[in-house]
Design a protein around this ligand. Sequence first.
Ligand code: SF4
Length: 261
Amino acid sequence: MGVEEKKERLKRLAGDEQFVSGIYNYCDRWCERCTMRSRCLSFAMDPDLRTKDSPRSDPGNEQFWEGIHESFQLAMELLQESAEQWGLDLNADVDVELEKRERRKERLVDGSFLGRESKAYATAVDDWMGRYEEQFAEQLKQMKREVDMGISGHDPIPALLDLHDAVEVVRWYQYFLYPKISRALMGLEDEEQDMMDDALGSAKIALIAIDRSLGAWQTLGGQLDLQDEALDLQICLVRIKAALEHRMPEALVFRRPGFDN
Ligand code: SF4
């Protein structure tokens, strides 16, 4: 579908009441596991970009980059149209003061405990996965042997699936936390209600991601017999969670449109 067609489709679908307004701002972007796909305009616009087995979701495939390019072009054209409608000049000189404020906010977030810890967590996960690669391989071999032997009364498949799921969960949220937390903290600095909702919704999905990651680490540590080795990462997550709840207690009760109704 070309950009013009997409634009028309977007305008047509945007008025459809089946979609929950802005639902994609408060989700974890894991469309394959999402129960709200039929209510999400973002998914309806480009389902192929959001499903694992599609070549359009594989960064190693040219179609992925074409999809990104089209989405970007579409966003730019829509932005241009809206700017014209509202009488805004997108080529006007940058508001230097506004820019300075934004950069200041970014520095504040990056220098904060939450900013530093959530970034450090992402790196620590990579280190951990690299360090215990052999244990993974050994455990998988062992499970495969058990499957091949077909021991009566012992089914290793659920444990295998749990392990696979735990790795997927940890990996999915590893790089998700920092952007969501920084968006939440940046939003705190704004006074507009929309931005506050966005901040709380971002904090809430970050808290959900932390809980799911903690559960996944529990499984990983148990299955690989690496409970002690997984503890540092769990502690890191618990500290991030406590700090975020302390900073934004309202996030705990925030109702994300579509998900928490
Ligand atoms: S709401 Fe669900 S379908 Fe839509 S972008 Fe988020 S995860 Fe994907």
